[in-house]
Write a protein that binds this ligand. Structure first.
Ligand code: URA
Length: 242
């Protein structure tokens, strides 16, 4: 981000409206900095880190600037996509945020029928750091199975030789711990399509329900209900990589 930006472009890119609409907000004295209405929508303003604490739009604090990073409790039934049909995860965010530029995207995906912890950001560098295989970020799932575990699954998943149907490279070793006859905790470092469901299919089982409760050591907070989100702190981001 450069150190200054034109006010109309900044607010338009943050989803507050078209540039014409921003000019109108300024004309109506709805854009206030340090307690005083701004009178020139074309003026450049300093992109200081404390701008959201000093600027209000229609009386509401300015949204976080570029570098937004969120955790969200994904409910069942929403899709991690900008363009598929049906309910999309982005509809859980404020409408204005869906117009932000650069766009907010999920970091990796959860299936429509998987619930739990998902991260979102408009920061491409952060996204790539988390999904890069180099960083071995662990993803932790609880799977509810249609049939009882056989007993050999943990060894098969840990071997690093399991080949999923239609793929030509074996899965990296994964950890499985039985939680009961038909439930298991699974920890993977990759993010292949439908990975956990296909791992259990490869050992003759079927995943009835799947929930992600942790990424690295960052746990889904107990008080974050399905559909709710909150900003990631610097400590949360560190936890993702530990
Ligand atoms: N593995 C799956 O099968 N689905 C998910 O959503 C995540 C991991």
């Amino acid at each position: 981000m450069s150190n200054t930006a034109r006010l109309d472009r900044l607010l338009a890119n943050m989803g507050y409206g078209s540039r014409n609409e921003i000019h109108e907000l300024v004309r109506r004295e709805m854009v206030v900095l340090d307690g005083a209405p701004l009178d020139d929508a074309s003026a450049r303003i300093k992109l200081a880190a404390d701008l959201p604490a000093r600027m209000t739009i229609g009386g509401e604090p300015l949204d976080p600037l570029q570098g937004l990073a969120l955790m969200l409790h994904k409910p069942l039934g929403v899709t991690c996509s900008h363009k598929e049909s049906g309910p999309l995860i982005y509809s859980l965010l404020p409408a204005r945020w869906r117009r932000r530029e650069p766009a907010i995207s999920t970091i990796g995906r959860l299936d429509k029928e998987t619930s739990g912890l998902i991260l979102l950001t408009d920061d491409g560098a952060l996204l790539h750091r988390i999904i890069s295989p180099k960083h071995h970020v662990t993803k932790h799932y609880v799977a509810t199975l249609a049939r009882p575990l056989r007993g050999d699954e943990a060894g098969i998943f840990a071997a690093g030789t399991l080949m999923l149907e239609g793929e030509d490279k074996p899965l990296a070793p994964a950890v499985m711990e039985a939680l009961g006859p038909t439930s298991a905790r699974v920890t993977v470092t990759e993010g292949r399509y439908h990975q956990v469901r296909r791992m259990f299919a490869a050992v003759g089982n079927h995943v009835d329900a799947l929930h992600r409760d942790r990424i690295g050591t960052l746990a889904l907070p107990a008080d974050l209900n399905p559909g709710e989100f909150r900003a990631l702190t610097a400590a949360d981001i560190t936890a993702v990589f530990s």
